[in-house]
Design a protein around this ligand. Structure first.
Ligand code: ADP
Ligand code: MG
Length: 321
């Protein structure tokens, strides 16, 4: 199968590549054309996943198709952008029909769930790697950046923390768990759900936002630095993943949830006056702390004592006692 046949069969023919609102020209020419209405901006982000670095090799290509697009679309959600389109640069060691078919199926499923159209890409031979560039639309000036948090704002997350940290030893084949524990963790890892609706709802209301990809404390550090403020995280308010707690035990679950990356839930700050309105809309919002004057990130216990861990790097390979 040649390059063009491959593109035609697996990508150009996919339901997600048949265009959609805002796609003036899709796959097949030298460029795709996106139509952006006046008064809107284009949000653009690129993510590369390399075999053996960002995902185990070999792995299930259907699941990889889902995950590779979801992690990229999560960046659009974090900006408050409406997903529009994406391109796929695919480097493959060899053409395997089964692999391509399953990968394209997973990709298509996630693309349709997120409402993004595949509009182009590149196909080359080499060690397996996937680069996604995603495009989203938003009203000019309304993007949710990391730089707007102000003292007095509340600090929130959009969902449970630590599912990805719990999944990692399973994905790497280092530990095993019974299906009731393993399945929800693996589902979060392989098929993260970008919080698109939440990002849209936070537009014009959150003061700062990002998606958690490096771990809660590290990502809080990014908002603190960009906004020139300090963030205080309250230990007892952390929404720890129930599956993670069941797998690691309570004591090890907390450091894992604080430092493990890849959860892809939104992390954001909101002025207190807007919080109850957002909560009343039934959005998944967990208050985990607050914004203060100063700099850096502090974890505090119930009595306000500083219990910030010395090391933010989570040890994935630690054995339970
Ligand atoms: P060019 O040589 O002009 O860069 P290519 O021959 O690389 O074009 O690609 C032909 C068309 O197929 C282009 O529209 C390109 O965007 C699209 N394409 C190539 N690879 C992929 C892929 N993996 N997924 C989706 N579209 C692709
Ligand atoms: Mg090309």
């Amino acid at each position: 199968m040649g390059e063009f046949e491959l593109i035609r069969n697996y990508f150009a023919a996919a339901p997600c590549a048949q265009g959609g609102e805002g796609v003036a020209l899709g796959i097949g020419d030298d460029c795709a054309l996106l139509a952006i209405p006046p008064g809107e901006q284009l949000a653009v982000s690129t993510d590369t996943l390399v075999a053996g670095v960002h995902f185990p090799d070999p792995c299930d290509p259907f699941l990889l198709g889902q995950r590779s697009l979801a992690v990229a679309v999560s960046d659009l959600a974090a900006m408050g952008a409406q997903p529009l389109a994406f391109t796929l640069a695919l480097t493959l060691p060899a053409v395997t029909t089964d692999w391509l078919q399953a990968y394209a199926r997973g990709l298509n499923q996630m693309a349709q769930a997120c409402g993004v159209a595949l509009v182009g890409g590149d196909t080359t031979r080499g060690p397996l790697s996937l680069t996604m560039t995603v495009f989203g639309r938003l009203p000019s000036g309304q993007a949710l950046t990391r730089g707007g948090a102000r003292p007095g704002d509340v600090l929130c997350v959009g969902g449970e923390l630590g599912n990805a940290a719990g999944a990692l030893p399973l994905v790497l084949g280092q530990r095993h768990a019974e299906p009731a524990v393993a399945e929800p963790l693996l589902a979060h890892y392989w098929s993260p759900r970008p919080q698109i609706e939440l990002g849209l709802a936070l537009r014009g209301r959150a003061s700062a936002a990002m998606d958690i990809s490096d771990g809660l404390l590290a990502d809080c550090g990014h908002i603190a630095q960009a906004s020139g403020v300090a963030l205080q995280v309250e230990q007892e308010r952390l929404p720890l993943s129930k599956a993670l707690v069941a797998f690691f035990g309570r004591r090890d679950a907390e450091p894992a949830a604080l430092s493990g990356g890849d959860d892809y839930v939104l992390l954001f700050t909101v002025p207190p006056v807007r919080l109850s309105q957002l909560q009343a809309e039934g959005l998944p919002i967990h208050v985990i702390g607050r914004v203060t004057e100063g700099q850096g990130v502090m974890l505090v216990d119930r009595s306000g004592r500083d219990i910030t861990p010395q090391t933010r790097g989570y040890q994935h390979f630690r054995e339970t006692p």
